[in-house]
Design a protein around this ligand. Structure first.
Ligand SMILES: C[S@@+](CC[C@H](N)C(=O)[O-])C[C@H]1O[C@@H](n2cnc3c(N)ncnc32)[C@H](O)[C@@H]1O
Length: 250
């Protein structure tokens, strides 16, 4: 039984002021020292590869693609990859990486405008929202969620959403973030509220960690059919298929 609508706070106002650094991102996250973060990133890639059949027939749309961490892994196996991001600094490296592939396209813009940004029918799209991208979202998460559903549903596609779990914000989040201070800044307890999933730093980074109940409600709001999921203590990754997506063994 689903009761109230998911009420996710719109935390966009301060994160717009946050400045990403591609170099620090690669050093402290992709190649960082936190074992849980490394395990998570490997689990995400494995989940995509295990769950998306016939990738050579599909267009991956990475919404909030960052500097292209996953784009370079998907372009060699996909029909096409469309990478969308809003951050000018990360977009530089994203474009540089995408240029190595003739099937990778970069779009600068907000996931809040996803349907308009894509602006055409895509056969078999696989939408991706990875590495808790809906957490430090610059914009309105509720609109972004509606846009993900609209694009996936109208094209009978698939969607993978990967989120950090609020249950782990204290025992894993805090020590994990301590290893990413060069990128995200120092934890600011006065501006954070871990009990309600809000983590903020001295450099205006903020991230929202969804509770278990909110993640269930999010799945409900995204519609479609949850065909597989991983529920780790630290992260929750789920694969949603919409009618007639290509399924079955490749
Ligand atoms: C935590 S990073 C994850 C990057 C990437 N998904 C990955 O797995 O490596 C979040 C990314 O979402 C992007 N982002 C935040 N708000 C966005 C929005 N409204 N539209 C598009 N991208 C957004 C940020 O610029 C950043 O690159």
């Amino acid at each position: 039984m689903y009761m109230a609508m998911l009420e996710i706070p719109d935390l966009g106002s301060t994160s717009y002021m946050f400045k990403w650094s591609t170099e620090q991102y690669i050093e402290e996250v992709e190649n960082g020292s936190d074992p849980g973060l490394q395990e998570y990133q490997a689990a995400e890639i494995k989940f995509i590869k295990d769950n998306i059949t016939k990738p050579e027939e599909k267009t991956f749309i990475d919404v909030g693609a960052g500097y292209g961490r996953v784009v370079t892994q998907l372009a060699p196996i996909a029909k096409q990859v469309i990478a969308i991001d809003i951050d000018k600094q990360l977009l530089e490296e994203l474009r540089r990486r995408a240029n190595h592939f003739n099937n990778a396209l970069v779009i600068e813009g907000s996931g809040d405008d996803l349907v308009k940004l894509i602006n055409k029918d895509i056969e078999h799209p696989v939408l991706l929202s990875l590495q808790n991208t809906l957490g430090p979202w610059d914009g309105n998460r509720q609109i972004a969620i509606q846009q993900l559903r609209a694009l996936a549903e109208q094209n009978k596609g698939e969607l993978i959403v990967s989120l950090f779990c609020r249950e782990a914000i204290q025992d894993w989040g805090i020590p994990m973030y301590a290893t990413t201070e060069g990128l995200l800044g120092k934890y600011d307890p006065a501006k954070s509220d871990l009990a309600t999933g809000i983590y903020r730093t001295s450099t205006n980074y903020e991230s929202y960690w969804f509770s278990e109940e909110e993640r269930e409600e999010l799945k409900h709001q995204l519609g479609g059919h949850v065909s597989n999921e991983i529920r780790d203590h630290k992260y929750h990754i789920f694969h949603i298929t919409y009618a007639e997506s290509i399924q079955g063994a490749s």
